[in-house]
Write a protein that binds this ligand. Sequence first.
Ligand code: ATP
Length: 302
Amino acid sequence: MLKLDRVSKTYRVGAFGRGTLQAVRDVSFELKPGQVMSLIGESGSGKSTIGRMVLRLLRPTEGTITFDGQDITGLRGGGLKEYYRHAQGVFQDPFSTYNPIFRADRVFAMIRQSYFPGVKDDEWGDRVVESVRSVNLNPDLVLGRYPHQLSGGQLQRLLVARALLLDIKLLVADEIISMLDASTRIDVLNLLADLKERGLAIMFITHDLSLGNYLSDQAVILHKGRIVERGGTERVFGDPRHPYTRTLLASVPRLGVRWEDLPVPETGAHECDAPLEQVEDDHFVACFDDADVHHGRKSEPV
Ligand SMILES: Nc1ncnc2c1ncn2[C@@H]1O[C@H](COP(=O)(O)OP(=O)(O)OP(=O)(O)O)[C@@H](O)[C@H]1O
């Protein structure tokens, strides 16, 4: 359904845009309908840049992104609008999506205006109520309220409800759990699990390994804009092969382990430009300097 093929993104930076910063390097993966993929990496690893390119908010410098076989990188006007009928994003800070001087449910009216101008008031009202209920919110408590009268979790769920009014197949969820408190986190995670049950594909962007593990079928570990490891979540988390993934996993704080005993996450070492190699079924790893695990690798099929 969604396919990234050797995607890179270079930003212009510095005075007069003379410098460059390569935020994403040669990234390829595929997301199938109903799959949840976690894009996991520390701050600055390029996760959001990938999410924004998938949502066509940014264009790749190199490579192609296709959705149901169509290249989305050059979409504009009507083609882009049609794409957004099927692909929507929800971002980290829900408050920034809402205009504080308007009621929060104005986000629904904007969808109606763009996509369903012919739908009658009553029918539209029913659709909104149904969609709000489907994200486990009580319409009587949230509709008609201003953003400051709602919690971050409620605002996130309203944004998901808005996306569900469209015929979406792909949701890009960029750090949508990070700003929420523990109890609301569980609600939003469970909501994402419900969406998956309904057949939606979800690209779940997070710096939190445990969240990625909880939810996803596929895990992609990013380091400095490059994929260092990817594959079935159980394989990547159960048998991490790249030293960076191993140190990331080993760095998750655990009860009973004192902070100073935890390893320092790997950063600069082990970089290599070669394509990912397959180490077992549904498990790929970037090359690195470790003789033990080099043994028996196959090249990744293109
Ligand atoms: N518009 C931009 N112009 C220049 N550089 C940018 C721009 N957006 C992001 N970057 C840089 O690109 C790199 C990747 O950023 P990105 O936001 O994609 O990473 P991230 O993994 O999502 O990090 P975070 O979790 O902190 O948002 C970073 O070094 C960042 O500073």
